[in-house]
Ligand binder design. Structure first.
Ligand SMILES: Cc1ncc(COP(=O)(O)O)c(C=O)c1O
Length: 409
């Protein structure tokens, strides 16, 4: 590195230099070159985008919709998104409540960025374990995260804990993040859970940033949006990435009261101008005519989730039964560290999974498996994991200490 580059590096924003890239993506990259590796690390549907949606994208190109669309999103997509949310989740938005974003990720960023005054010690409450991207995004916008560890509450944010945090930090709290169905735990909130949280939040002037990107993937219970109860204060985030296997198209949506939309829109426009026209027209097709596209994928995910759940239980792990999304979350025995488990499994048995420390308090000592992978892969991965665990136990059970600690396992 030249002297000049070194000096310029020192002039890059200090807090940005301190933020580290995603540990899970780093590990995923690291193990990618291992021959025969089965990667269950990342949260990406293994299905392709449905044909009718791809056809809409192709038609959009043929129609030369290759110019700038409106910054806020095309009228057609905004209307289709509002109508989808109404029919699915009884949410009373119209197109003026909707901003089209570059994936749910941009939606999260502009939502947080719109409510935080940097440098003022303003806070965002984040129940954990949670998708690790929230933390750097919040920090980059100058928000101070306040974590509420939900691991002792079945991974659901309990109203009394939320109220305690809101009272403790008072006016400094600008927002509360919710994400269910949850990445990484695969749990979701019942109507009663949502009502209980809403009953607390309605007494406070805080925004609820509700990331419902997995809303179409619930097993058993139908998804209930917090926006049904708190339309005035919810900034709802959703999209087509997970519901319609469209991660690469990069389309998300924000829904909020019109007056709030006007403000968030500025940050969106001055950050990215707009999402791609072709992708917007494909997403419109997804919302308009792909109403039930997620059903077949969901049935498949559910079958896979049940299989992995049974296998992990049989291996003796403490596992959360999947209720939504496509993740399974389980606890390691006290004698086995996340790092040891992930590395040995990847390098010696060619199965890559994610350690859950990056998901915040409550994640440590746990593993997340993404079962958005073929049944064939999952069967082979479970077979290899079983072999690894059996060998590990054998080697370790020879000492009294391990026999003692293995009881918890
Ligand atoms: C909870 C959660 N929110 C948002 C996203 C990102 O969605 P998108 O690809 O639409 O940006 C993910 C992706 O894994 C996620 O797990």
């Amino acid at each position: 590195m030249s002297k000049k580059t070194k000096q310029l590096l020192q002039r890059i924003r200090t807090d940005l230099r301190e933020i580290t890239p995603s540990k899970i993506r780093e590990f995923d990259q690291e193990v990618s070159s291992i021959p025969g590796i089965i990667k269950l690390t990342l949260g990406e549907p293994d299905f392709n985008t449905p044909e009718h949606i791809k056809a809409a994208g192709i038609l959009s190109i043929k129609n030369n919709h290759t110019h700038y669309p409106p910054s806020i999103g095309t009228l057609g997509l905004r209307q289709a998104a509002a109508s989808f949310l109404d029919k699915k989740y009884n949410l009373k938005y119209d197109y003026e409540n909707v901003i089209v974003t570059v994936g749910a990720t941009e939606a999260i960023s502009v939502a947080i960025g719109s409510i935080i005054n940097p440098g003022k010690g303003e806070k965002i409450i984040i129940p954990t374990p949670i998708w690790p991207m929230y933390l750097p995004i919040a920090k980059m916008h100058g928000a101070e995260p306040i974590y509420i560890n939900t691991s002792k509450d079945n991974y659901i944010l309990k109203p009394q804990r939320l109220k305690a945090a809101l009272d403790k930090y008072g006016d400094k709290v600008k927002g509360v993040i919710l994400n269910f169905p949850s990445n990484p735990t695969g749990t979701t909130y019942s109507r009663e859970d949502v009502q209980a949280i809403a009953a607390v939040l309605e007494d406070y002037n805080v925004f609820v940033i509700s990331d419902e990107i997995y809303s179409e993937l619930t097993y058993g219970k139908k998804h209930v949006s917090v926006a049904e109860y708190l339309p005035e204060q919810t900034i709802l985030i959703n999209g087509v990435s997970k519901s319609h296997a469209m991660t690469g198209w990069r389309i998300g949506i924000i829904c909020a009261p019109k007056i709030i939309v006007k403000e968030i829109f500025k940050l969106h426009q001055f950050s990215v101008t707009t999402a791609a026209y072709v992708a917007q027209e494909a997403a419109q097709e997804a919302f308009e005519n792909g109403f039930n596209d997620s059903q077949a994928m969901k049935a498949e995910y559910q079958q896979r989730g049940n299989f992995v759940y049974q296998e992990l239980k049989a291996m003796g792990f403490e596992v959360l039964k999947p209720q939504g999304a496509f993740y399974i979350f389980f606890q390691l025995p006290a004698w086995l560290s996340e790092e040891e488990f992930c590395h040995e499994l990847a390098y010696d048995y060619q199965v890559a999974v994610a350690g859950c420390s990056p998901f915040g308090p409550g994640g440590e000592g746990h593993i997340r498996i993404s079962y958005a992978s073929s049944m064939e892969n999952l069967k082979e991965a479970m077979k290899r994991m079983k072999e690894y665990i059996a060998k590990k136990k054998k080697g370790m059970l020879s000492t009294a200490k391990i026999i003692e600690t293995a009881k918890s396992y």
